[in-house]
Design a binder for this molecule. Structure first.
Ligand code: WT7
Length: 642
């Protein structure tokens, strides 16, 4: 860790950067720490256009916070209208579909699409405070749907297109959503992902949904229910592109995004308008050093927070040109991403360590076929990046010219909290380096006391920041308990970390029962609940095990009900079952059948021991609370039922 390579910013890069020296960075941090109100008011004034200013900057009554109290603004206005004068004919979205279809939308075009669709939503009776689900492929209409909701004050909840009908239904019901915006299907590896079919299955049990609006993407047959389902293009006929942006309160709910917690039930993370917009726009300059002529590409899906903050709200609010790609990186071949970077002369590329590791495996010949010289900055997000992957990304993609910003944040934090400002902070592969101004990150022990440099502890954030989670939708108690009870009144991230001698943060992973598979958060309990819904399964315990590409993989220990089971077939079936219950990305890597699971005397499953078994194939940790030691020795000596 210490002693690893460090990469100071290149003088040419620093000379042009928004924040061009370590002193300038430290000065910003000092101002933000000493005078937070003044600092954030300055950012809000510089980065956002307000209809009305705030009476005070923030109001902190732990665990609840309000930012820019009583101010009025509109997120869609900030992403569109305010750019029309200067950037009307600038490309906002450069889109490429998986089959190869291409489309560019200027700010003026995107603005009129959004206005028209906002009028469609109004025509369906949607009004400020209502909720709409967006369950879409990665096409510009997904962005249009989000911004149209924001324009009229409808709170959107984007559900990743890889989620199953079951998962979609749970989210619609938790939100009592009024509308679902979807598409017939999307393209993934040359196959259709049939979204409308999943919506039909989900909405059958969702009485709150009165409208389903369907964008025609692939053109294949879908069933349309009279009165409830409508084609997007038909509803738009004769609708004007005049739609003033609603004057919304700074604390108006902009979106709810579900993420896995430690129970089987996903949490609806609520983000509001003023603070979120201020923060994500600020980080576009601080972390991505965004300039007017940059071509920014974030390869995430808009169904995750990365897509919300760094495909839609951050880049568009900052007036950037963004690339949006619908499909898989290996379609038709493993150079699709490099081809896209070369074709549109992307200057900033932001992706995940899982993707990088998958690309490394395919070899250097693929990127070598393309001209990647337009790139000037690279980013990483979602999980720790191992130094070997970092070095490859730096050398093979960035040609040793492009800094890599390793960005640590969470669905709950709304925007990037720990990352290098690339013109100011020296990089160390594998470290997110230092916090943004105003982010008082610390590594503490069980009692909330700071640990010594070099020691491991819990990562906490001591002061509220503008884009922080406001609550868990419909469950303020869980919100307080999850984030503000470990150390009363202080935001607990759920991650373990260590600070090195330079104060750099090294993220060590989750301390709770949350796995990180391909940079997607998944709860062990969610997979366990899915497994025990299967008629053959008596009990299940799930742990993440190290995986060379996806970081972690889902490993399940299962005990069966009485019966004559074919273990091999059942393992296949349970894999499919979990994919159907949650989504394909949750498909278990391994199913192990056991006679019994290791439990404490009080009956709690000891996942810690199972984690040890899948990681080291033996158990050396403390087993004094274990009820039956025989269970563990048997599990440790057992092999996968593959
Ligand atoms: C968890 C949050 C942030 C958007 C994508 C994931 C892990 C995230 C990093 C990083 C090490 C990271 C943490 C965090 N994580 N980024 N750069 N280095 N770990 O959002 O699904 O809310 O997951 O992902 O464990 O708590 P998420």
């Amino acid at each position: 860790m210490s002693g690893s390579n460090t990469y100071p910013p290149a003088p040419e890069f620093s000379a042009k950067a928004h924040v061009g020296s370590l002193d300038a960075y430290l000065e910003l941090c000092q101002q933000a720490a000493a005078h937070p109100e003044e600092f954030w008011a300055g950012q809000a004034e510089r980065e956002i256009e307000w209809f009305e200013k705030w009476s005070h900057v923030f109001e902190w009554r732990p665990p609840f916070v309000k930012w820019f109290v009583e101010a009025k603004l509109n997120a869609s206005h900030n992403c569109l209208d305010r750019h029309l004068g200067k950037r009307g004919s600038k490309a906002a979205i450069i889109f490429e579909g998986e089959p190869g279809d291409k489309r560019t939308l200027t700010y003026a075009e995107l603005h009129s699409e959004v206005c028209r669709f906002a009028n469609v939503l109004k025509g369906r009776g949607l009004k400020p405070g209502d909720r709409a689900i967006v369950y879409m492929p990665m096409v510009p209409e997904a962005v249009v749907a989000m911004l149209a909701c924001a324009r009229i004050g409808v709170t959107h909840s984007v559900v990743f297109g890889g989620f199953s009908a079951e998962a979609l239904k749970a989210r619609i019901q938790d939100l009592d959503a009024h509308a679902v915006i979807t598409a017939d299907a999307g393209w993934r590896r040359g196959k259709e992902v049939r979204l409308k079919d999943a919506v039909d299955e989900a909405v059958a049990e969702c009485p709150s949904v009165s409208s389903v609006i369907v964008h025609k993407r692939t053109g294949s047959a879908v069933s349309m229910k009279e009165g409830r389902d409508h084609w997007w293009h038909e509803l738009e006929e004769g609708v004007t592109a005049e739609c003033p942006a609603e004057r919304l309160d700074a604390e108006h709910p902009l979106f709810v995004l579900y993420t896995s917690g430690t129970t089987g039930k996903p949490k609806g993370i609520l983000h509001t308008t003023g603070g979120y917009m201020t923060y994500v726009t600020s980080t576009m300059k601080w972390v991505f050093d965004l300039k007017e002529d940059d071509v920014f590409w974030c390869s995430a899906d808009i169904g995750w927070v990365t897509g919300h903050s760094y495909i839609v709200y951050g880049p568009l609010s900052a007036g950037a040109t963004c690339i949006m790609y619908e499909g898989a990186p290996d379609h038709p071949q493993w150079d699709r991403w490099w081809e896209i970077i070369a074709r549109y002369k992307a200057t900033i590329f932001y992706t995940s360590p899982t993707a990088i590791r998958a690309l490394i495996k395919q070899g250097e010949a693929w990127p070598a076929k393309h001209d990647l010289s337009s790139l000037r900055l690279l980013g990483s997000v979602g999980e720790p990046i191992n130094p070997a992957a970092w070095e490859w990304y730096y050398r093979v993609i960035g040609k040793e010219r492009c800094p890599i910003v390793d960005t640590w944040w969470q669905t709950e934090t709304g925007g990037i909290l720990i990352a290098p400002m690339p013109g100011a902070v020296a990089l160390k592969p594998g470290s997110g380096t230092l916090p943004m101004p105003g982010i008082l990150a610390e590594v503490v022990d069980f009692d909330g006391k700071p640990v010594a440099r070099g020691a491991e502890g819990f990562l906490i954030i001591k002061r509220p920041w503008p884009s922080m989670i406001r609550t868990i939708w419909g469950d303020p108690e869980r919100f307080e308990q999850q984030y503000f009870s470990r150390i009363p009144g202080i935001y607990f991230t759920g991650d373990a970390a260590r600070q090195d001698e330079d104060g750099y943060f090294w993220i060590l992973g989750r301390v709770d029962d949350v796995m990180n598979v391909s940079g997607h958060r998944l709860s062990t309990m969610e997979v366990e609940s899915a497994l025990v819904r299967h008629p053959a399964v008596a009990e299940a315990a799930v742990v993440g095990k190290p995986h060379e590409i996806t970081g972690q993989a889902v490993c399940c220990f299962v005990t069966l009900k009485q019966g004559d089971w074919n273990h091999h077939e059942l393992a296949q079936e349970l894999r499919k079952w979990v994919a159907h219950e949650i989504g394909a990305f949750a498909r278990p890597d391994e199913i192990r059948f056991a006679d019994a699971l290791p439990k404490t005397r009080s009956g709690k499953i000891m996942r810690r021991l199972l984690r040890e078994i899948v990681t080291t194939h033996s158990v050396e940790g403390d087993v004094t609370t274990l009820e039956d030691l025989g269970v563990v020795t048997k599990l440790a000596s057992q092999h996968d039922e593959e």
